[in-house]
Each structure stands twice: as C-alpha cells, then as structure tokens.
Design a protein around this ligand. Sequence first.
Ligand code: SF4
Ligand SMILES: [Zn+2]
Ligand SMILES: [Zn+2]
Length: 313
Amino acid sequence: MKCTVCKGPAVIDIRRHNANFCSEHFLRLCRDQVAKAIKDFEMLRPDERALVAVSGGKDSLAVWDILLELGYQADGLYLGLGIGDYSDASGEMARAFASARGLHLVEIDLPTDHGFDIPTGARAARRVPCSACGLSKRHLFDEAAREGGYDVVVTGHNLDDEAAVLFGNVLHWQTDYLGRQLPVLPARHGFPRKVKPLVRLGEREMAAYCVLRNIDYIVEECPMAAGNKHLGYKEALNAIEATSPGSKHDFYFGFLARASAHFTTEAEAEQQELHPCGRCGAPTPGEVCAFCRLAERATAVPVSLGRRAEASR
Ligand code: SF4
Ligand SMILES: [Zn+2]
Ligand SMILES: [Zn+2]
C-alpha cells in the first residue's frame, strides 16, 4: 500500500477518500481537514481564546493538539464526573498530556466542587446517566468559559458522533434537536460559542492520529455508555459505511447543506426568553437552572428549597 501523495509506504487507508497515506501526509490531512472545517463554518479566529473540553479520550486530546499545531490559542478544561476508575484514569490522561506539553488545563471536579457525582445525580433526578452528565457538562463548560473570559468552547465530536446523533434525531424526528445540530452554535444570551472542528474526521482517523503523534489516551469507554442508543446508531452506520464508503459524510454534510436550515428556523422560534438563574447566575428560562435543580436533588438539600425549585420548572 502506497501513499497517494508521495508514493512512500502508507500507514492508513481512508476508503471514503479512496486514498492511502504515509504518516506525514496523514497528519497533514488531519490538520487540513480541521483547518477547512474552521474556515467553512467560521468557527474560530487566531486572536480568540478557545477552551477545549478534554475528556482524556482520543478525540478531545487530538483536537487540542491540532488546534495548537494550527497556531490557535487553546487551553483545556477537564471535568471530573466521579465515575469511579474511569474518571480517575481519564483525568490522568488529560493531566499527562497537558503537563508534558506545558499547557494550561483548567480542572473542575463535580464531587469536590458541587458535592455529587454523575451516578448519584442521575439516580436522584431519575434521569439516565448520560442525560444528567450532558446537562452538567454543558452547564460547567459554559460557566468555565464565561469565568475564564474564553470566546469559544471546543468539543471533540467527530464525524461518527455527529452522524450517529443525526441518525437518532431523524429516526425519531426530533425537529427541535435537528435545528440545533450544527458544527457551530453562535454565542447568545451569555452562552459562549460552541464549535466542533473534528466534523470532517472519523473515529478511526482520530485513533490513528493519536498513535502517530504519541498521544496516550483512555481507550476504554465510559461504563455508563453500555446499552446507550447512540452506540447502536454508530454500529448501524458502520454497517452501511462498510458497504458504501462515504455514506456517513454524505448523510451529515448533506443534512447541513440541504436540510438543517428548515429546522433552525423552528428551533429559533421556540427559544424562550432567558434570565439569570437565582442560584448560579447562568442564563435560564426558569428561576433556577436545570443544573442547580439537579445539584439540589443530588445533594438532598432541605425539602423547602426543593419545592421552590420544582415550582420554577
Ligand atoms: S457515556 Fe454518558 S455518562 Fe459517560 S461520559 Fe459520556 S455522557 Fe457522560
Ligand atoms: Zn506520503
Ligand atoms: Zn443555576
């Protein structure tokens, strides 16, 4: 197998590009694809400060690395979710990456800083763990960006992630979610801009990128993900991609080019007026934001406060 660019020995084939790459040209391809996504969707400018949500997994460490390689200013944010050994190991990976490169990693620990972990929070709020987790992550990323004066929050969602989320939203016609499924969510009402620079790269490519760049990442999946519908959607799309390379790309980018605008209008019309949460000051449609209500239940504060939060829902 030869590199399509230089004819040297190739280390990876990418069927949807119908091409093979040596290490050097593969790393260049990854950087070029991120640069193209940033340019096409106007994600980030070099004079802006980015905060990368780092989980210790391949995608978030790779996107941090690529942004720095492309000359952007990017710090990391690690959120300790209190998910047993998984959180301990993922935190170590994030810290090791940052310290080996002299990078700034902001750390927030849910159990220490907010008094509860994801499994407890999910049980107390009668939510599935990924729902309590997603809500907490969004809230804490936004808050950290506001407090640290960052212009944009970067996440490591890749093409496989976005295609799987789109698949699930289309399968159930969740039109409000479809309206917000974009690679860039502009800043609004005190929320920072959110961007996904890896949308043009797949999961397998990100794993290869980390191996070739000597980036150690946590390989095991979060134990809370078991049985999660998202994994089933990924498997279904992988089966389609195996027989028809490029399907995931066409599905996701076709949606962005030809369909998403129809749903965006609806999502915008549904946006409620926001004002500061009575507890933490975050923008919310109610009196108390969803994160403060979750924290309240998870830490079992007095019933009278609980009722007040309920009344504001
Ligand atoms: S799998 Fe679910 S619980 Fe685990 S980190 Fe992801 S969203 Fe959170
Ligand atoms: Zn080459
Ligand atoms: Zn709040």
